[in-house]
Design a protein around this ligand. Structure first.
Ligand SMILES: Cc1ncc(C[n+]2csc(CCOP(=O)(O)OP(=O)(O)O)c2C)c(N)n1
Ligand SMILES: [Mg+2]
Length: 1110
C-alpha cells in the first residue's frame, strides 16, 4: 500500500518527465535506445533497473513507467511492456535522493564522442554493477565470514581477475555469472546514490567496487538491513559500514579493547583456577561480549544516556557483573564460598540475582547507573520485565524519548529463537505506551544450546530472525574480530540514539567448555570440540595481531594480564574474610527511602472524605469540558448519565468503585497505570475510561486524567494481544517505584496461564528469591457463568496453592493480626463482592508499609448486578477493607438459632442469597463472604464459627471441588476451628518462604552437609531431641526437634509463635472430634466449566439446592 502510494505520486510528478527528458529523450536516437536498453535488460538483469545509475531521475522514470504500465499496459512503449511483462522489474522500496557525488552521464566516456548518448552496453553494464552492489547490500551477509571456528564459513571462489572472493550465487544470484571481461575489471563505473563505498569518489574501477563490497559485506561483519522499509534508515546503515576507513582504530582504542578483553578473559580464567569444580556458565569463546557491552555503554553515555537497564541469562553473567557493572569482585567471589545468608533470599545468587551500581564512566567521564535485573532460570522471561522497568524509569524521569534511560537485552542463541516471549517482547517495542525507545539486543551466539545444534533448534537461517518483524537491523559479527565487534557496537548505540528503534548484535562465537564447566561437550559435539580445542582464544589472537602490527609489545600484553590477576587475587583474599552473604547487596531496584522510618505493621487508612468521592464521581460521570464540540456516542451518554445518577444517590457500582480508588490515589500523588487487552473500555464494556470523539479520529478524553490540577499521571493502555510479555512488562514497571498502583487485567482470567512463567517465577516468588517487592495488581475476571470452558476461571486454586501461609498454623491473635499476615505472605488473593471492598483493597495496596502482589478475582455479571453496589459511606473516612463480610440479615441478628452457615467467596454469594430468599430461609441460614481468601482470615472465621455455635458449617463454591478455593480453605478452616493437625510439617517452605523479615537471627552453624542445609525439614525428620524450645524475636517455638542443632535459625521469625504443647512425631496428626466444614458444590472436574449455559444453570441449581437446605 505504502509503496504503491509513493510510486503513484511520483508518476504524477511533472518533475519526473522533466528529468527524463533532459537525459534521454532529447537524444535523437531516444526511441531506439529505450528499445535496446529495455530489451537487454529483459535478457540480463532484474533488480538493476531499480537502482538509479546515471543520475537520480532514472529510477523515477523507470518507476513511473512501471506504474503507468500497471494502470494501462498500452500506455507505455512496447519495449517497456515486454520488459514489465517478463516480471524482471522489481520496484525499489523507495526512491533515493540524488547524492552529492553523482555525475552527469555525459561525464563518462562511452566509447564515442563525449556528448553522445550512452550505448546500450554501457547502460547494461551500469545496471549490472548496480545490481551487484545491491546484491551485496541485501545478501552479502550470507557469505560473510562469521564463524570463528570456520565450520560454516563458505570457501572463496576465484573470479575472472584472479582474486578470490566470498560472494557466491546466494549473494549475486543471476549476476554471479555475469561475464565481465578481464578488461572490465579496470573499467570505471559510476556509483549510484545508494552506496557509500566510493567515499568522495563518484566512480570507481569495477575491481575496486567488488573489493570494497567484499570487504564491507562478506568479511567479519554480516549486516542484515535491506528489509527495512525506510530508505533513510537503509542509507544511514550503508553509510556506517561502507564509508572507506570506518573500521580503522587508533592505537589507544586498540589498547583499550585489548585491556577489556584481558579482563574478560582473565576473570573466567581466575574463576576456573580457584573454583574448578563450580559451575559458572563461563563466557569462554565469546569473551568479546564484555568489551562489546562496554562499548555500547560508552557510546550511549556519550550520546546522553544516564541509566542502562540490562537483562541477561546465565552465560557470562558473573563476568558482566564484574567487568561491566564493576560490582566488587570480593562480593562476587563470596558467592562461591557457600556462606550463609545474613538476610532473606533463596541462595540463588550467582546466576540470578540482580545488581544496581552507580559509577563514573571513565571513558566518557559521565555518571552512569547500571542495573542488571534479577532473573529466573526461565530463559528470556526477564525480557519484558526489563522493558517494563526501563519504561517506568523513563516515565519517572520524564524521559519521553528514551534519551536518558535505555535497556540492553542479552540473549543466548537457542533461547532467542526458541522462546516465544522474545517475539511478544519485540512487539511491544514500538507501541506508544510500552516502547522503551529502542533496545539493543546482544546475542551471545555460541552456536549451541546446551547439547543441541542450531539445525535442530530453529527453522530460521539465523537465530536472530525474530527481530526482522520489527524492522530491526541485525549486525552479525565474528566474535574473534574485536575491532569488527566494536564497530558494530558503536553503530548499534548510534542507531538507537538516532532512530530510537531496536537493533540486534549477533556475536558469533563458540562455547569453549560444556554447557557448564563440569559438562562434557564431546559426548554430543565431538567434531566441533576437536576444532575448539585447537582454536586459540580471542585475546591471544588479538594480542598477536597487535604485537605483529607494532601497537603493543608482548611484555605489555603480559603485564596487563598480570595486573588484572593481582586485582583478582586481592579480591579473593578479601572475600575470604567475609562471613555472610548479603542479599541486599544484590537488589536491582532499591527503593531508597521507602521503608525507612515506617512502622512495618501500620496501614494507612483507606477511607476518604465523602466530598472527594463526590468530586471524583462527578468528574467521572461528566463529558469533557468542551462537550459541545466533543461528540460522544449516545450509548456512552447514557452510561455517564447513569453514573451521575449514582453519584447523586451516593452509591457506586463496580466501575465507579474502581474509579474512586484510582481517582483518590491520583489525588494523593500516586501514579496509576492500568494495562491489558482492551482495558480502556473494559472487556465487558463497563469501564469506559477513554471516550472517543465520534467525528474526529484519535480525539479522546479520559476524565481520570483531569480529576485534580496537581494529580499524579493516570495511564490506561490497551495492550498488544499478549499475556506473557505484557504481564512481565507490568511487573517490571511495578518494581521501579513503590508509590504507584500498577494493574494488569486479563481479558478473561482464563488467559493468564499463558503468562504462567511470570506468575510463578516473578510474582509469586520474587520477594523470597530476590528480596524484591512488587505491589502489582492482577485483575482476573472470574466466574462460572456458562460462558464456556475458556471464559470462566482464572484458576484461583493455582494462585492459592502458591500462597505461602501455613494451613496448620493459627498466628497469634492481636490487633496486628491482619497486617502481620500480609507482611509475612508472598501475595494476597481476594475475590470481592462489593465495589467498596474493591475500592479499599486497591487503596490498601498503597496504604501498606510494604508491597505485595494482589491477585484479584474480578466479576463479570456483577459489573451490572443491581445489588452489587456500595453506598459512599462504605468508602468514606473510617471505613476499611473487610476481610470477611458477615451476614447482616435476620440470620446474623439471631445467630444462635441459625442452622447452617454457608461460607463463600465471590459472585456466587448473590446466587446464594437469592435462593435463600426464595426458600424463605433467611433466619435459618447465614451466608458469610470470605473476601480475602489468602492470607486466610483465621481469626474472623473463628469468630464467625463461635457466633453460630449450633450451626452446621458449609463451604459453597461454584467451581468444581478440585478447583476454586476449597482445597485451600478446607485445612485452614480446620485450623481456625481448632481441629487442626499437629504442628509438625515436613515441608518448611510453606511456612517460611516468601517473607520479609527485619527481626531475625542468623545461623552461624557451619554444618557442611549442604543437603541438610538446603532442606532443614530433612534434618528435622531424623532429629532425636523432640523437646527443644527456641526463643526468637518475640515468640517461642516449641517443636519436636533439636532446633538449635538442626534447624536453620535464620528462618525463624518473630511471628513464628506456634501453640505450645502439641508436639507429635512428624507426620502424625492429632485427631480431635468436633466441628468440621463440609463442601457444597460441583464434583471434581477436568475442565473449568461446561460449555453450555443451560448445563451451567442446571449445575448451579444443584449447588444452590445443596448449599441452601437445612
Ligand atoms: C525456558 C527454559 N527452558 C529450558 C531451560 C534449560 N536450559 C538452560 S540453558 C539451556 C540452553 C540455552 O542455550 P542458549 O540460549 O544458546 O544459551 P547458552 O547456554 O548457549 O549460552 C537450556 C535449554 C531454561 N533454563 N529455560
Ligand atoms: Mg547458545
Amino acid at each position: 500500500m505504502h509503496r504503491a502510494h509513493t510510486a503513484f505520486s511520483l508518476a504524477l510528478s511533472p518533475m519526473a518527465h522533466k528529468n527524463f527528458a533532459t537525459w534521454l529523450l532529447n537524444s535523437s536516437s531516444s526511441q531506439k535506445l529505450i528499445k535496446a536498453s529495455a530489451a537487454s535488460a529483459v535478457r540480463t538483469y532484474n533488480s538493476a533497473a531499480a537502482e538509479p545509475f546515471a543520475n537520480g531521475s532514472t529510477a523515477s522514470y523507470v518507476e513511473e513507467m512501471y506504474n503507468a504500465w500497471l494502470r494501462d499496459p498500452s500506455s507505455v512503449h512496447t519495449s517497456w511492456d515486454a520488459y514489465f511483462r517478463s516480471n524482471s522489474y522489481v520496484s525499489p522500496p523507495n526512491l533515493a535522493p540524488v547524492q552529492a557525488n553523482t555525475l552527469p552521464l555525459t561525464a563518462f566516456n562511452f566509447g564515442g564522442a563525449v556528448s553522445a548518448a550512452p550505448d546500450s552496453k554501457t547502460i547494461d553494464d551500469h545496471l549490472a554493477v548496480q545490481a551487484i552492489i545491491r546484491s551485496y547490500q541485501s545478501r552479502g551477509h550470507l557469505a560473510s565470514d562469521l564463524d570463528p571456528l570456520g565450520i560454516l564459513t563458505r570457501e572463496k571462489t576465484v573470479c575472472k581477475d584472479g582474486l578470490a572472493r566470498r560472494a557466491n550465487e546466494d549473494v549475486l544470484r543471476q549476476h554471479s555469472g555475469f561475464l565481465f571481461g578481464e578488461q572490465d575489471m579496470e573499467r570505471q563505473f559510476k556509483l549510484p546514490s545508494t552506496t557509500f563505498i566510493g567515499g568522495d569518489e563518484a566512480s570507481l574501477p569495477l575491481k575496486e567496487i567488488l573489493n570494497r563490497l567484499e570487504n564491507v559485506y562478506c568479511n567479519k561483519i554480516g549486516v542484515e538491513f535491506m528489509f527495512i522499509n525506510s530508505l533513510e534508515q537503509c542509507n544511514w546503515i550503508r553509510k556506517r559500514f561502507e564509508t572507506p576507513g570506518v573500521l580503522s582504530f587508533s592505537p589507544e582504542e586498540k589498547r583499550l579493547i585489548l585491556a577489556r578483553l584481558t579482563r574478560a578473559t582473565g576473570f573466567e580464567a581466575f574463576l576456573a583456577k580457584k573454583y574448578s569444580s563450580e559451575k559458572r556458565f563461563g563466557l569462554e569463546g565469546c569473551e568479546i561480549m564484555i568489551p562489546a557491552l562496554k562499548e555500547i555503554i560508552d557510546v550511549s553515555t556519550e550520546l546522553g544516556v544516564e541509566s542502562v537497564i540490562m537483562g541477561m541469562p546465565h552465560r557470562g553473567r558473573l563476568n558482566t557483573l564484574a567487568n561491566v557493572c564493576r560490582k566488587p569482585l570480593n562480593q562476587i567471589f563470596t558467592q562461591f564460598a557457600g556462606l550463609e545468608a545474613a538476610d532473606d533470599g533463596s541462595g540463588d545468587v550467582k546466576y540470578h540475582l540482580g545488581t544496581y551500581i552507580e559509577r563514573l564512566n571513565r571513558v566518557t567521564n559521565k555518571n552512569i547507573r547500571l542495573a542488571v535485573v534479577a532473573n529466573p532460570s526461565h530463559l528470556e522471561a526477564v525480557d519484558p520485565v526489563v522493558q517494563g522497568k526501563t519504561r517506568a524509569e523513563q516515565f519517572y524521569r520524564g524521559d519521553q524519548e528514551g534519551k536518558k534511560v535505555m535497556s540492553i537485552l542479552i540473549h543466548g542463541d537457542a533461547a532467542f529463537c526458541g522462546q516465544g516471549v522474545v517475539y511478544e517482547t519485540m512487539h511491544l517495542s514500538d507501541l506508544p505506551d510500552y516502547t522503551t525507545h529502542g533496545t539493543i539486543h546482544v546475542v551471545a551466539n555460541n552456536q549451541i544450546g546446551f547439547t543441541t545444534d542450531p539445525r535442530f533448534s530453529r527453522s530460521s537461517p539465523y537465530c536472530t530472525d525474530v527481530a526482522r518483524v520489527v524492522n530491526a537491523p541485525i549486525f552479525h559479527v565474528n566474535a574473534d574480530d574485536p575491532e569488527a565487534v566494536m564497530h558494530v557496537c558503536k553503530v548499534a548505540a548510534e542507531w538507537r540514539a538516532t532512530f530510537h528503534k531496536d537493533c540486534v548484535i549477533d556475536l558469533v562465537g563458540y562455547r569453549r567448555n560444556g554447557h557448564n564447566e563440569i559438562d562434557e561437550p564431546m559426548f554430543t559435539q565431538p567434531l566441533m570440540y576437536q576444532k575448539i580445542r585447537k582454536h586459540k582464544n580471542c585475546l591471544d589472537l588479538y594480542a598477536d595481531k597487535l604485537i605483529a602490527e607494532g601497537t603493543v609489545t608482548a611484555e605489555e600484553v603480559k603485564s596487563v594480564a598480570a595486573k588484572y590477576e593481582n586485582i583478582c587475587e586481592e579480591a579473593f583474599a578479601l572475600a575470604k574474610t567475609e562471613t555472610h552473604v548479603k542479599y541486599k547487596d544484590w537488589l536491582d531496584s532499591p527503593w531508597s527511602g521507602f521503608f525507612e522510618g515506617k512502622d512495618p505493621l501500620k496501614v494507612a487508612p483507606t477511607g476518604v472524605k465523602e466530598e472527594t468521592l463526590i468530586h471524583i464521581g462527578n468528574r467521572f460521570s461528566s463529558p469533557p469540558p468542551n462537550a459541545a464540540e466533543f461528540v460522544i456516542h449516545k450509548g456512552l451518554m447514557r452510561v455517564l448519565a447513569a453514573r451521575k445518577a449514582m453519584v447523586d444517590e451516593k452509591v457506586a457500582d463496580w466501575a465507579l468503585g474502581e474509579a474512586m480508588a484510582f481517582g483518590s490515589l491520583l489525588k494523593e500523588g500516586i501514579h496509576v497505570r492500568l494495562s491489558g487487552q482492551d482495558v480502556e473500555r473494559g472487556t465487558f464494556s463497563h469501564r469506559h475510561h477513554v471516550l472517543h470523539h465520534q467525528l474526529v479520529d484519535k480525539a479522546t478524553y479520559n476524565s481520570l486524567q483531569h480529576m485534580y490540577p496537581d494529580q499524579a499521571p493516570y495511564s490506561v493502555s490497551n495492550s498488544s494481544l499478549s499475556e506473557y510479555a505484557v504481564l512481565g512488562f507490568e511487573h517490571g514497571y511495578s518494581m521501579t517505584n513503590p508509590n504507584a498502583l500498577v494493574l494488569w487485567e486479563a481479558q478473561f482470567g482464563d488467559f493468564c496461564n499463558t503468562a504462567q512463567a511470570i506468575i510463578d517465577q516473578f510474582i509469586s516468588s520474587g520477594q523470597s528469591k530476590w528480596v524484591r517487592q512488587s505491589g502489582l495488581v492482577m485483575l482476573l475476571p472470574h466466574g462460572m457463568e456458562g460462558m464456556g470452558p475458556e471464559h470462566s476461571s482464572c484458576r484461583v486454586e493455582r494462585f492459592l496453592q502458591m500462597s505461602s501461609d501455613d494451613p496448620d498454623y493459627f498466628p497469634p491473635e492481636s490487633d496486628e493480626f491482619a497486617i502481620r499476615q500480609l507482611h509475612d505472605i508472598n501475595w494476597i488473593v481476594a475475590n470481592c463482592t462489593t465495589p467498596a471492598n474493591l475500592f479499599h483493597i486497591l487503596r490498601r495496596q498503597i496504604a501498606l508499609p510494604f508491597r505485595k502482589p494482589l491477585i484479584l478475582c474480578t466479576p463479570k455479571s456483577l459489573l451490572r448486578h443491581p445489588e452489587a453496589k456500595s453506598p459512599f459511606s462504605d468508602m468514606s473516612e473510617g471505613s476499611e477493607f473487610q476481610r470477611i463480610i458477615p451476614d447482616r440479615g435476620p440470620a446474623g441478628d439471631n445467630a444462635s438459632n441459625v442452622k447452617k452457615v454457608v461460607f463463600c467467596t465471590g459472585r456466587v454469594y448473590y446466587d446464594l442469597t437469592k435462593t435463600r430468599a426464595e426458600k424463605q430461609l433467611e433466619k435459618d441460614i447465614a451466608i458469610v463472604r470470605v473476601e480475602q481468601v489468602s492470607p486466610f482470615p483465621f481469626d474472623l472465621i473463628k469468630e464467625q464459627a463461635n457466633l453460630y455455635k449450633n450451626a452446621e458449617l458449609v463451604w459453597a463454591q461454584e467451581e468444581h471441588k478440585n478447583q476454586g478455593c476449597w482445597t485451600y480453605v478446607q485445612p485452614r478452616f480446620l485450623t481456625a476451628l481448632n481441629h487442626s493437625r499437629d504442628i509438625s510439617q515436613s515441608d518448611e517452605q510453606s511456612t517460611f518462604s516468601n517473607t520479609t523479615n527485619t527481626n531475625q537471627e542468623s545461623d552461624t552453624d557451619s554444618d557442611s552437609n549442604s543437603d541438610k542445609k538446603s532442606k532443614p525439614w530433612l534434618s528435622r525428620m531424623f532429629a532425636s531431641d523432640k523437646t527443644d524450645t527456641v526463643t526468637t524475636g518475640s515468640g517461642t517455638v516449641t517443636g519436636e526437634f533439636n532446633a538449635a542443632k538442626h534447624f536453620d535459625l535464620k528462618n525463624v521469625r518473630h511471628d513464628f509463635n506456634r501453640p505450645a504443647g502439641i508436639a507429635a512425631a512428624p507426620g502424625v496428626r492429632i485427631a480431635k472430634t468436633g466441628r468440621k466444614i463440609s463442601y457444597a458444590g460441583r464434583a471434581c472436574g477436568a475442565s473449568t466449566a461446561t460449555g453450555s449455559k443451560a448445563q451451567h444453570i442446571r449445575e448451579l441449581n444443584a449447588l444452590l439446592n445443596d448449599a441452601i437446605s437445612t
